[in-house]
Design a protein around this ligand. Structure first.
Ligand code: SF4
Ligand code: SF4
Length: 373
């Protein structure tokens, strides 16, 4: 699939891709790390939002600023920044999520010379009477801070066009997931991973064209492929930076048919309303979208969403991918596991890190889990 080849190249080396986009397309590049960064506003400002995913380098420079018990995402991103690999960034956005990201924001401000630095102090509780109003104010403030930093004007029309594009991307990614769930043989898990990552790395209009062409190919091959009796699994957690996990699962006799990841379905869940004030519409998506562990709503909505995802996709089990030292997700795990147990959905907990780790151990645990299903 030609579109997948282009996506794979960009995803394999996002920094080279972004540098080229900046040099050839004259785009300003703005880094972010989390689905709570309002990408639609960055895109509307004419800049390129680039999601940073950590590094598989040895962590040396970042260790001088962060404790070893911070998650590998944050340590990896800081390592890349301090080693100069992110010097091409025109700015960096830090949404208020977990404590570790807030500390990273402070460290970044003092130690990373690249570009401007903006905090987006979102509400922590998303279901209080004042959260909606406050969130709209925060996003409006972000819009005007970004205008100053990039020396542009972001019009209502710019925002509406950006929202329309993001809605199309999110709808298309949902379609890919539907196709995969209906017929897991249609595309390898690692290619789904690439399709998703591309959405956070590539220039969004070109990305949408590639994605739509990939969907056409998938729809054609859906007619030819037949279903198998492999075990159907859901991946749950924060972000997944382990494309190999999909191949390990597939080799062990399973298929990932859905997920509950911030680099997966949480990235594309929920569309933004296209009528009314665009900033209010962006805020409303955040308030209604399935919650992430670093935000609070109640103590059941994540579990309900996970159980619903598993049931709707006919899953035989759930694999939790817990990034080591990610406190918000570690705090959620016991209640999610309890809810799955009550719903009689078997689950496995894997603790992972961005830096290379023993593949054999993961493989043995996944094989053993699949045998029990
Ligand atoms: S897990 Fe949640 S808070 Fe953490 S990076 Fe992903 S979206 Fe952001
Ligand atoms: S939410 Fe977890 S993975 Fe994301 S930055 Fe915070 S500690 Fe790291």
């Amino acid at each position: 699939m030609e579109s997948l080849e282009i996506l794979t190249a960009a995803v394999a080396d996002p920094f080279t891709y972004a540098r080229k986009l900046k040099k050839d397309g004259g785009k300003k590049v703005v880094g972010y790390m989390c689905t709570y960064a309002p990408e639609e506003i960055i895109f509307a400002a004419g800049a390129h939002p680039l999601r940073l995913f950590g590094s598989n380098k040895n962590i040396i420079l970042a260790d001088g600023h962060l404790q070893a018990y911070c998650c590998s995402l944050v340590r990896g991103v800081l390592e890349d920044a301090l080693s100069g690999d992110l010097n091409f960034l025109d700015g960096m956005i830090f949404p208020h999520t977990c404590d570790t990201v807030q500390r990273l924001s402070d460290i970044w401000r003092l130690n990373v010379p690249a570009g401007f630095h903006l905090d987006v102090v979102l509400p922590v509780k998303l279901n209080t009477a004042s959260a909606r109003e406050y969130l709209i104010d925060v996003l409006n403030l972000f819009r005007s801070n970004l205008e100053k930093a990039l020396k542009v004007k972001i019009t209502g029309d710019d925002l509406r066009k950006s929202i329309a594009l993001y809605n199309e991307i999110r709808n298309s990614l949902k379609r890919v997931y539907e196709l995969k769930s209906k017929n897991p043989q249609i595309i390898k898990g690692k290619d789904i991973y690439t399709l998703l990552r591309g959405a956070m790395i590539m220039e969004r209009s070109s990305y949408l064209k590639l994605l739509q062409s990939a969907i056409k190919e998938l729809e054609k091959s859906a007619i030819k492929t037949t279903n198998t009796k492999k075990k159907r699994l859901v991946l749950s957690g924060g972000l997944c930076s382990h494309p190999d996990i999909y191949s390990v699962i597939e080799d062990a006799g399973g298929d990932v048919v859905a997920d509950d990841l911030c680099t997966g379905s949480r990235y594309f869940a929920g569309l933004i309303k296209t009528d009314g004030d665009p900033i209010t519409a962006i805020a409303e998506r955040y308030l209604q979208r399935v919650i992430c562990s670093a935000k609070h709503k109640d103590n059941k909505s994540r579990a309900e969403n996970l159980i619903q995802t598993a049931q709707e996709n006919g899953a035989d089990g759930v694999i939790f991918m817990l990034l080591k030292f990610c406190d918000p997700h570690a705090f959620d795990y016991p209640y999610l596991k309890e809810a799955l147990d009550k719903a009689v959905i078997p689950s496995l907990l894997l603790e992972v890190e961005d830096q290379p780790q023993a593949q054999g151990q993961l493989q043995t645990r996944i094989e053993a889990f699949l045998e029990t299903l």
